[in-house]
Design a protein around this ligand. Structure first.
Ligand code: NOJ
Length: 543
């Protein structure tokens, strides 16, 4: 289907710059809902469950990659950017899902993976059989090795998943030849973004999905596509870690990436309705992130400084101030995020158990009160913890193997969602044995169904918060200011007449407050002008 922009499918109606304040729900496709019982979540499963997301009150979904893929890195290894992997469905299923989502007023953002392809992509097949220096090789980053026999990698760069970032090719007769770059797994060869064919191909892929009516793209490794052409070695001990944006590295956050985004923005802007582009850019500080958000570049970038911040009032206030200021300088909203499919779920990060859950609930109210847009990761609305005891033989994250079985990787935050019923996999699919990762039996009390019946559940908290976020004129896009508060308390004021107070201290805090409680993350008391807020609790108040 190649429809012209004029005949593009209708998008949900609302404010045109919807992305400035949208609540966007990340669907990890493989783990959301499995409609055909093969153990992997799929597009039909998502479509069937969309009413639940509408009831939760999200504005959009972001779908992780569902393209044809060997799943060497959970689908971030794409073999065909214009088709759906049979495990996840068909293009027709995608169209149905997109149409149903729009019918419910939910926009659809999809992932685009431009830094690398899968090694199963036809371009890489062609590169492997072609000669050094050939056009087919120029689409990737091939180099001769160092040393007399070329048996040392071209640079000392490491893969983010562990081990060297270069793999040497062998001819069919076993003769070693050039090396190719892979910042991630060897099955994810990096593309050469100096190559005009690569640029043209991705412009076309964007149009392919924009024509199918998507509302935007989440850009994978958005800071990584352009490399310093000199390919310099990095300093001893410097390491590329997905979560460490603090080092200046010759393959991340190079100035050349911005030119790509100006081209992509022009493509997005050529379509009706506001199509939004969000950067996954782990870069060093808020001012560097804001460079991706200049008016002719991307709409949003995940606030990873916020995601990696400790549960600490001073730290979080500093992060929020820095990112709001840096983004304001380029006229962009901030995009708050607490969890995603690459990090330990925040219930566990914040200490686990009841304690971690209390903090996670308080963090949700703080996050949803801040100005800008919010990304929710599937399952956080259920208060799901990280699964830390997955059996070793089910682990699939390439980190596990590439770290010589020392780092378990990210599977623990990707466990299938519990929907309903008394037995695993709790409505995710038809049998516990088939689910691609086992669902813990103790999640019986955390199913969506169980939480829908419980007014005190985390699901009920999120649902109430999202409803208020829509009805309160003070919330979403706009300004905020900090209120006076003790050191371990944050007070966020939004006008008109709304405040969020969060107590990070280990004891209850008592404050004077004239107004009424709208929503609390836990038990609290407001009477006769005195607010008593327990430890690790947040409250939304009317002033
Ligand atoms: C970031 C994605 O979020 C992560 O899951 C993936 O492994 C890398 N990019 C490589 O594509």
């Amino acid at each position: 289907m190649q429809s012209s922009p004029e005949s593009a499918p209708a998008t949900p109606a609302s404010r045109s710059d919807w992305w400035r304040e949208a609540v966007i729900y990340q669907v990890y496709v493989r783990s959301f809902a499995d409609s055909d019982g093969d153990g992997d979540g799929d597009l039909r499963g998502i479509r069937e469950r969309l009413p639940k997301l509408a009831a939760l009150g999200v504005d959009a979904v972001w779908l992780t990659p569902f393209y044809v893929s060997p799943l060497a890195d959970g689908g971030y290894d794409v073999a065909d950017y214009r088709d759906v992997d049979p495990r996840f469905g068909t293009l027709a299923d995608f169209d149905d899902l997109r149409a149903s989502a729009h019918g419910l007023g939910i926009r659809v953002i999809i992932d685009i993976v431009p830094n690398h392809t899968s090694s199963a992509h036809p371009w890489f097949d062609a590169a492997v059989t072609a000669e050094p220096g050939s056009p087919a090789r120029d689409r990737y980053v091939f180099r001769p090795g160092k040393g007399p026999d070329g048996d040392e990698p071209p640079t000392n760069w490491n893969s983010i998943f562990g081990g060297p970032a270069w793999t040497r090719l062998k001819r069919p007769d076993g003769t070693p030849e050039e090396w190719y770059l892979h910042l991630f797994d060897p099955e994810q060869p990096d593309l050469n973004w100096e190559n005009s064919e690569v640029r043209a191909e991705f412009a076309d892929v964007l149009r392919f999905w924009l024509d199918r009516g998507v509302d935007g793209f989440r850009i994978d490794v958005a800071h990584g596509m352009v490399k310093d052409p000199a390919l310099p070695d990095i300093a001893e001990g410097q390491k590329a870690d997905l979560l460490d944006g603090h080092s200046r590295l010759p393959y991340f956050d190079q100035d050349g990436v911005h030119e790509i985004y100006r081209e992509w923005r022009a493509i997005a802007d050529s379509y009706p309705g506001e199509r939004a582009l969000v950067a996954e850019a782990w870069v060093e500080d808020a001012d560097r992130v804001a460079r991706y958000l200049r008016p002719d570049e991307l709409h949003q970038a995940f606030n990873f400084e916020y995601l990696t911040a400790d549960w600490d009032a001073t730290v979080l206030r500093g992060v929020a101030q820095r990112s709001l200021a840096a983004n304001a300088a380029v006229g962009a909203p901030t995009t708050w995020v607490l969890s995603n499919h690459d990090v330990t779920r925040h219930v566990t990060r914040f200490g686990g158990g009841d304690h971690g859950l209390a903090r996670a609930r308080a963090a949700a109210l703080l996050t949803l009160a801040l100005p800008g847009s919010v990304y929710l990761y599937q399952g956080e609305e259920l208060g799901l913890p990280e699964v830390t005891d997955l059996p070793e033989d089910v682990l699939q994250d390439p980190t596990w193997k590439r770290s010589q079985y020392t780092e378990r990787g990210r599977d623990g935050c990707r466990v299938p969602l519990p929907w309903e019923g008394e037995e695993a996999p709790f409505g995710f699919g038809s049998s516990a044995e088939r689910a691609w990762l086992p669902v813990p039996p103790e999640w019986r009390t955390l199913t969506r169904e169980a939480q829908e019946r419980d007014a005190g559940s985390t699901l009920s908290l999120y649902t109430a918060a999202l409803r208020l976020r829509r009805s309160e004129p003070a919330l979403g896009d706009g300004a905020m200011h900090w209120g006076d508060a003790p050191e371990e308390v944050l007070v966020v004021h939004r006008d008109p007449g709304f405040s969020c107070v969060v107590n990070f201290a280990p004891e209850p805090v008592t404050m004077r407050w004239e107004g009424e409680v709208l929503l609390g993350s836990g038990p609290l008391r407001l009477a006769e002008g005195v607010l008593v807020l327990p430890a690790d609790t947040a409250v939304w108040l009317r002033r």
